[in-house]
Write a protein that binds this ligand. Structure first.
Ligand SMILES: [Zn+2]
Ligand SMILES: [Zn+2]
Length: 284
């Protein structure tokens, strides 16, 4: 059975208040072996950590989303940094710039994003990036951080972070990779207007991974309803078809990639291989 990682699911939202255990049971039945829960502000970052403490399959990211940047004083950033010392915190996120909604002034978004990507580099942690209509400015800050911290998770394979819910061009995806970052795709690839399938084809099976962005971004035909980790196999099946590979191969590659970025140790039920980022060879 294909084994997947849902690399981005906000399971602390009230949408899951009544039936989280059932959602997690369905995820397990659908072959999801690990779920990454990124925070969006200090409160939800703490909630993500609490979920990670409670459920072995969950790991947490802590960070202030650009929507919440206005509320992020120095003290909030200090407490976020404190949370990164928790053993189940695997990344800083989600952080970035959102010029589509502009819920926080852009100047403040930039300040809070820069402080947090700096934190990721200082603590040698990966980060989960949110960009919306802000690719150029996001990449400028990322490039500047990489320039200042050249040793930050350096290596032959990307280990610095992921541009989540990627909807950019092929050129942008290749640039992101050059900077040491992954791209991940959500149910957005199943939307009619999406141009991401061309990006998926250009990248090939070993150069991206998957997420649901639950409760958002439900894949077609579930679009508009609450999303959940179990739906990741729908994205996997579609992309396997797009790339003309077996679903098992796509699931293994994307699970491997996400495990490598977040340093997750995933026992592989198929062949007894362990997906430990330190022990397995680079896929390309
Ligand atoms: Zn996001
Ligand atoms: Zn998100």
């Amino acid at each position: 059975m294909p084994q997947y990682i849902d690399s981005h699911a906000h399971l602390f939202f009230e949408e899951y208040g009544a039936d989280l255990q059932e959602v997690l049971n369905r995820a397990k039945e659908a072959g999801i072996c690990a779920i990454i829960v990124p925070g969006t502000n200090l409160k939800t970052s703490r909630e993500a950590v609490a979920l990670a403490e409670k459920f072995p399959e969950i790991s947490a990211c802590v960070g202030i989303h650009p929507h919440d940047a206005s509320g992020a004083a120095d003290e909030v950033l200090r407490e976020t940094e404190e949370l990164t010392r928790h053993p189940k915190v695997v990344a800083i996120g989600e952080i970035g710039l959102d010029y589509h909604y502009d819920f926080s002034p852009r100047e403040k978004q930039t300040e809070v994003f820069a402080a947090q990507i700096d934190l990721a580099a200082r603590r040698n942690l990966p980060c989960v990036l949110h960009t919306r209509e802000s690719m150029a400015d996001t990449c400028a800050i990322v490039a500047e951080t990489v320039r200042r911290y050249p040793a930050w998770r350096a290596g032959s394979s990307p280990r610095r972070g992921v541009f989540h819910c990627f909807s950019g061009t092929i050129e942008e995806a290749l640039h992101v990779r050059e900077m040491g970052f992954w791209v991940s795709f959500t149910g957005n690839v199943t939307f009619k207007k999406s141009t991401s399938l061309d990006v998926v084809r250009a990248l090939g099976v070993s150069r991206f991974f998957l997420e649901t962005d639950s409760p958002y971004m439900s894949p077609v035909p579930l679009r508009g309803s609450r999303n959940e980790p179990a739906h990741i196999a729908r994205i996997g099946k579609m992309l396997a078809q797009t790339l003309n590979v077996e679903e098992l191969e796509l699931a293994w590659a994307t699970t491997f990639n996400a495990a490598a970025l977040f340093a997750l140790n995933i026992p592989d039920a198929e062949g007894g291989r362990s997906l430990n980022s330190d022990k397995v060879p680079v896929l390309e």
